[in-house]
Ligand binder design. Structure first.
Ligand SMILES: NC(=O)c1ccc[n+]([C@@H]2O[C@H](COP(=O)([O-])OP(=O)(O)OC[C@H]3O[C@@H](n4cnc5c(N)ncnc54)[C@H](OP(=O)(O)O)[C@@H]3O)[C@@H](O)[C@H]2O)c1
Length: 220
């Protein structure tokens, strides 16, 4: 059994991930910033940990996730937030989580980033620009770390039921994907050590998730 720390556990991908982990018998600690949300993690079969990523020190987060085998970073400032919170959550929340994982002796780190963030941002919307730069810089920091990382970059997220099939690759055409399928992909990545050091984009598609992962790790 694996014990997974989920950062941003009240998020919509994270909630799907907790269902997947529970169904397969994995244990999890859900890091949230609100007491009621910690209760939701307990209801989904895990343990809630109350840490605000923006105000807490890395060592507080490290203590909350100590004993886990892997960290999944699924937090984000979310729609409606300004440029500043893209930086404090999507970027600094990730780098703080990376630091906390290292402090807690947890090597495995799976990050949910976003499709296309390495492309130059010619959009004039400063919030969108801040979002793309935060994701891109958080990914760069993780790649430069000594952690056993995997970076997953989904296209537009939907709340539709997952199909269990995706288009996965170093780069894939723009598209959407059900959050449930992102959650299944995270679980598949946690299962496959050859996903360490890999960064993939993903959208909905025709290839069953495990098969898509197997094909890519075999072709490396
Ligand atoms: N939306 C898209 O189409 C899209 C596409 C590609 C990638 N992504 C990325 O995919 C990831 C997951 O998406 P999602 O839809 O599951 O996101 P979500 O539902 O917005 O969840 C993000 C979570 O991060 C938490 N968070 C924010 N600030 C925090 C803080 N200071 N301390 C602790 N937790 C904090 C939020 O907590 P609260 O619930 O308390 O606010 C929220 O539960 C995000 O990183 C997102 O940027 C999104």
């Amino acid at each position: 059994m694996t014990r997974v720390a989920i950062i941003g556990a009240h998020g919509k991908v994270a909630q799907q991930l907790m269902r997947v982990l529970y169904d397969r018998g994995d244990d999890f600690v859900g890091v949230v910033r609100n007491d009621e949300h910690a209760d939701d993690v307990y209801r989904l079969g895990g343990e809630g940990a109350l840490v605000d990523l923006e105000s807490a020190e890395a060592n507080t987060l490290a203590a909350a996730i100590a004993g886990c085998d892997a960290v999944v970073f699924a937090a984000g400032a979310g729609p409606g937030s300004g440029a500043e919170r893209k930086r404090t959550v999507d970027f600094a929340g990730s780098t703080k989580s990376q630091e906390a994982a290292a402090q807690a002796g947890i090597r495995r780190f799976v990050q949910i980033s976003a499709w296309g963030v390495d492309a130059p941002v010619d959009d004039t919307d400063p919030v969108w620009k801040a979002y793309v730069e935060a994701k891109r810089d958080a990914d760069a920091a993780l790649r430069a770390s000594t952690l056993d990382w995997t970076i997953l970059r989904p296209g537009g997220l939907t709340t539709e039921e997952g199909t269990g099939s995706v288009t996965l690759g170093d780069t894939v055409p723009r598209g959407t994907i059900a959050r449930e399928d992102v959650a299944r992909l995270i679980a598949a990545a946690l299962d496959e050590p050859r996903t360490i050091g890999r960064q993939w984009e993903v959208v909905g598609g025709e290839t069953p998730i495990e098969e898509a992962v197997r094909a890519l790790v075999a072709s490396a």
